[in-house]
Design a protein around this ligand. Sequence first.
Ligand code: SAM
Length: 238
Amino acid sequence: MIRLFVPNDLSAGAGVVPTVDQSRYLTSVMRLGVGAEVALFNGRDGEWRAAIIESTKRGCLLKAEEQTRPMETGPDLDLIIAMVKRGRVETIVEKAAELGARRVRLTVTRRTNVDFVKLGRLDAIAMEAAEQTGRLDVPEVADPVKLDKILDDWDSARRLVFCDEGGDAKPAIEALAGTGAPAAILIGPEGGFAPEERERLRGLSFVTPVSLGPRILRADTAAISAMTLWQAAAGDWR
Ligand code: SAM
């Protein structure tokens, strides 16, 4: 069944006017008509079965009928990713949605060589991936913030898994055993972390440095690998 994210509150009988793009997708691309059913979710009320009750050239109207899945979210996992090239960031956001990250936080580090992202595009990618992957929420993509500020404002109840390509960190699967949520995974830029950044991170009590093996991974590969390992060792894949 087609799943659509909508911002509306969902309850029995609630009317929902989908966006123009969503209406076009339902009626023109998927050729659905009045009476056809779709699944709606909004990140708060679980998943609801809804029916198309009106369909005109200007768009269609949906009516929520019955909750089919209660609200639940995956483990409280953030992905903090240094800004890398647009294509790679888009891949990382899509995979973060599929791999259950609650939030994707962009960060600027000393060696970050990209300083602009189209947040609207990343939000759309996160939403489409959430619809496809069956989750009931859409990961938030937060504006870029300097790494030093993120660390200055850190809530020490959240474990920070520092993917350190320096080579002397513990293997991730060992280092993650026995840890859990809330957590965050930190991935550096194409040029890696500066020595002073590594030194600061290594000195923080809430940081767990991890190795992702003997080869240097590109930031998107590292992000996907680290999220996979975390979900398997400490998340909802157990
Ligand atoms: N400094 C690397 C180099 O010498 O080419 C480039 C950094 S790598 C492209 C981007 C980020 O992915 C790193 O900062 C780190 O967070 C993560 N990463 C890549 N390979 C890793 C590994 N083998 N172990 C841990 N983290 C890794």
